[in-house]
Design a protein around this ligand. Structure first.
Ligand code: SIN
Length: 359
């Protein structure tokens, strides 16, 4: 009995020892696989000299040059790249968006991809981020990154922005957070982020509502999450889309006329977002033109040029009576994206309003 007990004890000790040796010999944590999809922008730009920070050419260097320019990426992820487009982001189009979104969904469906970084010009980065936020069908991280200075400039910001974005895209903490913009050590959510300054490095902010978190010492630190539907909870699907409905933005100002609304209607708009003054107020000529447009079946959304706050339904206009929708807190350029996607599903003003409350 005693002998059997000793043998059993030795076996247990042997097992524990071999487990310890096994743990000690374990290979270091596996690096995440991060795909970099390049679209152009200043992060891939080139200037005449190291002091050229304006008047440079955007969208010059291909994706492999961006990856090779930051050798430190290899320490934090297995990275590989693909060129989706090579444009300055003011030239972003529906076609590039659809190509990008379809490729992101295809890649994220694979077990071999843990996260995606999209390099992009900063001028419309917030629009692409919000578009992807609504149509990506995965909770794996998608991070969009740009730079305010071209890589040829002194103190260029692109390398560190790309490094942080690859870490963020490969991190477990970033899963389920929706599409993010990561620049200047800040993590912004796609719905709220906007470009707030023409040239400063800390241009990307979510005014009043704030950052989701920070990047520090090679780690993502999150402090909050978006409360609105995105990615896996979104009802929008680009799989069968070859284009998006035409939606235009009318900008209000003192002494405004109805000319822009009428021109958009004549050009075939299916929806119009009004960047109204204050709480989405409509000047009489614009309101008359929007009422006429709505009667022709064109969807109308009231947003605000102020950049912050909720546009109140039935506040500065009787939306119920006019069959208009209010944009909630979406700025006009993001309201335009949501309206385009809403119009792929419905033309009913009540449904469109429901969508604006939920996304
Ligand atoms: C662009 O948006 O493509 C040019 C400006 C920039 O990337 O900062």
């Amino acid at each position: 009995m005693k002998k059997r007990y000793v043998t059993l004890l030795s076996l247990v000790c042997l097992l524990m020892f071999s487990m310890q040796v096994g743990f000690a010999a374990e290979t270091p944590a596996k690096l995440p696989n991060v795909k970099i999809l390049a679209t152009g922008g200043t992060i891939a730009g080139s200037g005449a000299s190291s002091t050229t920070t304006v008047g440079y050419t955007a969208a010059v260097f291909p994706v492999d040059a961006l990856i090779n320019g930051v050798p430190e990426l290899k320490q934090v992820a297995n990275v590989s790249g693909e060129q989706i487009s090579q444009i300055a982001s003011e030239n972003m189009t529906n076609q590039v968006w659809l190509k990008l979104a379809k490729r992101v969904n295809e890649l994220l469906a694979s077990d071999d991809v843990d996260g995606i970084v999209v390099t992009h010009g900063t001028d419309t980065i917030e629009e692409t981020a919000y578009f992807l936020n609504l149509v990506v069908k995965s909770n794996k991280p998608v991070v969009i990154v740009g730079a305010m200075r071209p890589p040829t400039a002194m103190s260029a910001d692109g390398a560190m922005n790309l490094y942080n974005s690859v870490i963020l895209a490969g991190s477990k903490e970033a899963r389920g957070k929706g599409v993010m913009v990561c620049m200047n050590d800040a993590i912004n959510g796609a719905r709220e982020v906007t470009k707030t300054n023409t040239a400063l490095l800390d241009t990307f902010r979510a005014p009043e509502l704030g950052y989701l978190g920070y990047m520090q010492a090679g780690k993502a630190h999150f402090y909050k999450e978006s409360t609105r539907k995105h990615t896996t909870k979104s009802e929008f699907d680009v799989r069968n889309l070859t284009d998006l409905p035409q939606v235009d933005i009318v900008y209000e100002h003192a002494n405004v006329s109805r000319v822009a609304v009428d021109a958009f209607v004549a050009a075939g708009a299916k929806g119009i977002v009004c960047a109204g003054v204050g709480d989405g107020s409509l000047a009489n000529p614009v309101k008359d033109a929007l009422v006429d447009a709505q009667k022709q079946g064109i969807a109308i959304v009231r947003s605000s040029r102020t950049g912050n706050g909720i546009v109140a339904r039935n506040g500065e206009a009787n939306d119920d009576a006019l069959h208009f929708s209010a944009s909630d807190t979406l700025n006009p350029q993001k309201a335009r994206i949501l309206l385009m996607l809403a119009l792929t599903k419905t033309n009913d003003p009540a449904e469109i309003q429901r969508i604006f409350w939920e996304y």
